[in-house]
Design a protein around this ligand. Sequence first.
Ligand code: PMP
Length: 399
Amino acid sequence: MTTQRRLLMIPGPIEVSPAVRDAFAVPPPGHLSPEVIEAFGASLEMMRRVWLAAPSSQPFAVAGSGTTAMEMAVANLIEPGDAAIVVNTGYFSDRMVEMLRRAGAEVVDLTAVPGEVPNVSRAAGAFDDFARAGKKVKALFATHVDTSTGALCDPRPLALLARERGALSVFDGVCATAAERFEMEAWDSDVYLSASQKAIGLPSGLALLVASARALATRDARKAPPPLASDWHAWHPIMQAYEARKPAYFATPPTNLILALSVGLREILEDGMEARFALHERGARALRVAWSSLGLRPVPAREQNAAHTLSALHFPSGVDATLVARVAERGVYVAGGLHPAIRGAYFRVGHMGYALTRADFLMRCVEAVAGALASFGNDVDGEAAVSAMLTSLQSGVAP
Ligand code: PMP
């Protein structure tokens, strides 16, 4: 029987660092208190640096989750009749399509089999089709990492394509921000949206988003305002006030989370963005070695399409979805399948942020998965898997 604390290795929420936990676990401060004003202002400044965003961009941090951030992007940018293209890699891209349709957009939904990413040339073709029909595309949407399949899309060519065609580009970075490379300014992208509970390294509860000056101007040009709680016009002055270290109120922020946000972002920036991207690449590579040694095959067949923030793994033969509970019996929480087409055929392991600095966490996770596989009668060697993972982690191969 393990006496160790349960270890959370789902693709968000994640294990948080002791400093983040300490910052969060204080008596609730008021939203106009000096420490919250300072933490809020500093966090917005740091978001620009983590997002690698332009000085003219505007970060927003509001109570909510990733879905709130998605809704905010759609609500401010899309008007009925607008043309939109979605590069769809799974469950969360489907959610984006649903939001766009509800906002009245005419959506071209470019789908792929689970684990694959639609080719950029298909997105270019969709722009051509709209152009032939005499329609200008308002925005292209894509999910940086789709958490349902573990598929990683390369945002750069998509952002450049959108720019070339005069459209906005919007990326869902909920399972990617601060872990997978995203260069908002260099790629001239318009919205990169996220949430607190994944690689940002906080508990859940904050919707985070950075909008380009072009995106803000798109909101300004709307015929009708979006719902008030999503409206950048309501939030923008609040964010500007906090950055100027002045009190402001539109709707109460989750103050403990704002304190934690400033600590979490500072930890990320102390490492530096290149080091963060490398940390996630190294961790993902080491775990891939462990999974392969246990006979587990990733859902994304091609490594270049595989996220560095989570592993989505097919059940080997003889193993079913009770694997997840059997791993939990060993003190480690992993997640079941989510993509409707393959839901019962795979499971997911998150590996973001703090856990990647803890080889003991990764070892416990691999041991628990190996033990659960063995409980099905599978012939696996957990020790060999852990040792292969550690060798890979220590090999120090620069990504
Ligand atoms: N997009 C992606 C890629 C996600 O992984 C998630 C959450 N797993 C969401 C959007 C929705 O975020 P939330 O659950 O925080 O609303």
